[in-house]
Write a protein that binds this ligand. Structure first.
Ligand SMILES: Nc1ncnc2c1ncn2[C@@H]1O[C@H](COP(=O)(O)OP(=O)(O)OP(=O)(O)O)[C@@H](O)[C@H]1O
Ligand SMILES: O=P(O)(O)O[C@@H]1[C@H](O)[C@H](O)[C@@H](OP(=O)(O)O)[C@H](OP(=O)(O)O)[C@H]1O
Length: 562
């Protein structure tokens, strides 16, 4: 975020104020000054604005989609109010609005929004506890979606490909109708994994589910069952975890962190899940591509029918480049929207168009970014180099999952443009961001400033240090007079602050990784000692062919960056 709000209280000395200002500027931020008033500038304006947008929809004046479009095109905001509130999380929004109301109980701007109250109470949200990344369990209902299944529908609504891209985006693994498996079937503490681009997914009206996400620790849970060959995949991860074989050790770096298994009862079924690190964790605008490696996507135990079915899919791609793309999503920086492409799109790709798809994934329409391409290519090379040696495994139907945060890419482009304006004239263009002006997206984890003074002061009243600065006492006195349960309030605010900070750190901490390239899906991976001599002989050429082609495409991309 480019913006820093410096809060100057009546007790702030000129010197302290200047130090803060200088510090902010040294960090390359744009600093503004505001009095110590609740919400400061951004939240004080964004919260009632968003509430009013929701009331507008509630009155039936305009649809969610139209309000978002109107504010983007009519007011130049990079995100509409609903898109923004979904990013921040309705739970955070609702609490911020309630906190404002407590500060000014008679101000109609801060009155609760009935529609959200109703949906939130149906959602049975967990109390604010450990920070999660984006609050993917938040969402706003479409007109059609029922209260029970709306959790992801708003996300889908705002992220569904626009009609102009429909020629390329066709069917996705998502339920674009906005229907997801009824949330009441998913055990408390878990939600559907919104950012899943391929693989087995929820099917309404059946017991089929897709990946879940644990709210508690942010892990993804991949469902097992004979259909998904879970036993084989669990065996793969468990063996790898304990392996000390030097020939195998590098593989540990190429897969997501394995966190064991977890049994959950969904409806009347007991399902064993594989728990993995969520590679999109902490990303605000995750771009994800699933690249299935290998011409042969069936394993040696496959039936003839399965072989035939697999061989007939993604034919043009698999036979020419040795890999295929069952799905991807990209956060398009120029239009500020998600674009999603499912298996139907992937099945039409060929040797030439597959490169366009990869470029689109990389937001390459305004030039490929060297840092992004290099980062991906480095990881691909590492996998390729290991594959050129390893003889322990045969990887059938595994994928390479490439994930990056478009929010960070935007920052990288903007900072490159600052350093070398001529070479990056169209950065932008990138997302219609007017440099210098704070936009709603810049400020999106709204509320980040909201509780700063309070949370900096300590957890609860009893934990506050004895010698508090004068202004802290003043704040406490003020807050105390406006709320009955001050200690609880402090705790809530503190927790809120941590959540918001987590969002911010996830998106903006320069040290945090923002690009991941990992191998996933080991349901058809075999140890060579399970295979006959012919199958086990030599290298995994099926995999090697695909990864070599993939590397060569990225090598070409790298040349284009020069
Ligand atoms: N560790 C992870 N972090 C984030 N997302 C993940 C992770 N693992 C899987 N996914 C998401 O889930 C999708 C499907 O994963 P995976 O291929 O493991 O499932 P599957 O149901 O076995 O797929 P398939 O039907 O191709 O065999 C991926 O495309 C990706 O979007
Ligand atoms: O790419 P698509 O078109 O989505 O095809 C699916 C993909 O090949 C999966 O890997 C496969 O699951 P397995 O890995 O379990 O074989 C699934 O088989 P299934 O329908 O038999 O589950 C296919 O439908």
């Amino acid at each position: 975020m480019k913006l820093v709000e410096i809060i100057r209280t009546s007790d702030t000395s000129d010197e302290t104020y200047k130090i803060c200002l200088n510090f902010g500027e040294k960090l390359g931020k744009t600093c503004i000054t505001c009095k110590d008033t609740f919400g400061f500038v951004v939240n004080r304006l964004i919260i009632p604005y968003t509430a009013e947008a929701m009331r507008m929809h509630e009155r039936g004046d305009a649809s969610i989609k139209d309000i978002d479009i109107a504010m983007k095109l009519g007011a130049g905001y990079p995100m509409g109010p609903f898109e923004l509130s979904d990013l921040v999380g309705l739970d955070t929004f609702i609490r911020a609005l309630a906190a404002f109301e407590r500060c000014e109980p008679n101000n109609p701007l801060f009155k609760p929004v009935q529609l959200i109250q109703k949906y939130m109470s149906n959602l049975k949200l967990p109390p604010i506890q450990k920070p999660t990344q984006r609050r993917s369990y938040a969402g706003f209902p479409t007109a059609q979606a029922s209260a029970a299944n709306f959790a992801n529908s708003f996300q889908l609504l705002v992220t569904a490909p626009s009609s102009s891209s429909s020629s390329t985006s066709s069917a996705t693994p998502y339920n674009t109708s906005g229907e997801t498996m009824a949330n009441d079937k998913i055990p408390k503490g878990y939600v559907n994994m919104t950012h899943q681009v391929a693989g087995h997914t929820v099917h309404v009206g059946t017991d089929e589910i897709g990946l879940l996400k644990s709210i508690d620790d942010g892990s993804v849970l991949k469902p097992g069952g004979s259909q998904w060959c879970a036993a084989r995949e669990i065996k793969f991860y468990e063996q790898l975890l304990t392996s000390t074989d030097p020939a195998v050790l590098p593989l540990k770096e190429f897969v997501p962190e394995y966190r064991g298994t977890q049994t959950l009862t969904i409806g009347n079924k007991t399902i064993n899940f594989i728990k993995l690190q969520d590679l999109t964790h902490g990303m605000l605008e995750p771009c994800i591509i699933d690249i299935k490696i290998g011409r042969q996507t069936w394993d040696p135990l496959a039936t003839d029918a399965k072989k035939e079915a697999e061989a007939s899919k993604y034919q043009q791609c698999k036979t020419t480049v040795g890999f295929c793309i069952p799905g991807f999503q990209t956060y398009h920086l120029i239009s500020n929207t998600y674009k999603k492409f499912g298996r139907d799109y992937g099945k039409k790709l060929n040797q030439n168009t597959v490169t366009d798809a990869l470029k689109m994934f990389l937001n390459g329409d305004s030039g490929l970014n060297r840092q992004l391409v290099t980062s991906i290519l480095t990881s691909l090379w590492a996998i390729q180099s290991w594959m050129r040696k390893q003889k322990n495994y045969r990887f059938y139907s595994t994928s390479i999952l490439i994930v990056y945060d478009a929010r960070k890419l935007r920052q990288v482009i903007e900072s490159q443009r600052r350093q070398s304006p001529k070479s990056f004239p169209s950065a932008l263009e990138v997302g219609n961001r007017k440099s210098g002006g704070a936009s709603p997206t810049d400020l999106s984890p709204t509320g980040n400033n909201l509780n700063r003074t309070l949370s900096d002061d300590g957890d609860t009243l009893s934990e506050l240090p004895k010698s508090l600065p004068k202004q802290v006492y003043k704040k406490i006195q003020r807050s105390r007079s406006s709320t009955n349960n001050y200690e609880q309030e402090m705790r809530n605010m503190r927790n809120n602050y941590h959540q918001m900070l987590d969002d911010l750190v996830g998106a903006y901490d320069g040290k945090k990784e923002w690009v991941f390239v990992k191998m996933i899906d080991f349901a058809h991976t075999f140890n060579t000692n399970e295979l006959n001599e012919t199958q086990a002989n030599g290298l995994d050429l099926n995999y090697l062919d695909g990864i070599e082609h993939l590397c060569s495409i990225f090598e070409e991309f790298l040349k284009m960056c020069e």
